[in-house]
Design a protein around this ligand. Structure first.
Ligand code: ZN
Length: 312
């Protein structure tokens, strides 16, 4: 009996506020399965969990790391691996227009260490977040795409508005150095056109959506070397056009003439490798996203080369 009570308590904790059911009711269901139908306790537990998942319209993965108790409290800048269940105290810095019906809200959360993107799913039916307000978020899960970290609010997430003004830190980083490499996946690329995907296609295929009609884009994944450290920098279309003087239309023509997209990256290497740049932007994982790029005339003082503008 005690055993079933323990199972019932644990199941109850896992579902937290998601379903309105008491420990006693759960224990009763377990008891029926075990004592009337002679189902082994572990199997009964799985079966009861499944039926509650169905009731709540949840997936098993929504249960996450044990239902929200004992998650690590993390700052925006501390998020450095995917699929971690964490708690955060943040301010809603910016809300963007969702590009898909599956997304209820998308935007930026911030705290004193910086900002991080968040996505809130429509099916999770959570409270609306308001721009400028601060919240305690429990049981959010981290995600990573191309070195950029984000958090997802899911059905098990609890949102508590708090009366606190959070000063949001500037997480921009400035790096000066020579552009020593332009990595593969740079130049004229094609992205998946599916809603909210934008993955870079490999041989016309998206990892998620298979063969698709891609949309052309420009990007450089470059490496800046300041003499001591190297920093991987991503230049988006605008930054790439500014850096190389090659516009998207021109890049498409070059590729068409050569019947080969790789000529674009080659031309970009020719124009930029070995030159010195000062690049400022937010960091996502190991990447610096170029927001502002300045061409420098020559080698920079290595003492001054790496300026961390993170506010503590
Ligand atoms: Zn896709």
């Amino acid at each position: 009996m005690t055993d079933l009570h323990t199972h019932a308590t644990e199941i109850h904790e896992q579902f937290d506020d998601q379903i309105d059911v008491s420990v006693e009711e759960i224990e009763e269901r377990l008891d029926t399965l075990v004592n009337e139908y002679k189902v082994p306790a572990e199997e009964a537990r799985r079966s009861v969990i499944s039926s509650y998942l169905d009731d709540a319209g949840m997936d098993r993965e929504d249960l996450g790391g044990g239902g929200g108790d004992g998650n690590e409290q993390k700052k925006a800048a501390e998020v450095d691996s995917p699929e971690e269940w964490i708690d955060m105290t943040v301010k809603v810095v910016d809300l963007w227009e969702p590009r898909s019906d599956a997304v209820a809200q998308v935007g930026l959360l911030g705290d004193e260490t910086g900002t991080i993107k968040f996505t809130k799913w429509s099916k999770s039916e959570l409270d609306e977040l308001e721009e400028g307000k601060a919240y305690d978020l429990r049981n959010v899960v981290t995600d990573e795409y191309e070195g950029r970290f984000s958090v997802k609010l899911n059905r098990t997430t609890t949102i508590t508005e708090i009366d606190e003004d959070i000063e949001v830190g500037d997480d921009n980083l400035t790096v000066e150095g020579a552009l020593v490499d332009i990595q593969s996946g740079s130049g004229l690329i094609k992205r998946c056109p599916e809603d909210d995907c934008t993955r870079v296609l490999q041989n016309g295929r998206c990892n998620e959506h298979g063969e698709v009609e891609g949309e052309f884009d420009l990007r450089i994944k470059g490496v800046l070397d300041d003499g001591e450290d190297v920093t991987e920098v991503i230049f988006d279309k605008d930054a790439t056009e500014a850096l190389t003087g090659i516009a998207l239309e021109e890049a498409k023509e070059m590729a068409m003439d050569a019947l080969d997209t790789s000529v674009v990256a080659d031309e970009m290497r020719e124009k930029t490798l070995g030159l010195y740049y000062r690049v400022t932007g937010p960091t996502y994982g190991r990447y610096l996203l170029a927001d502002e790029t300045e061409t420098l005339t020559g080698p920079v003082d290595t003492e001054q080369a790496l300026i961390k503008a993170r506010s503590i």
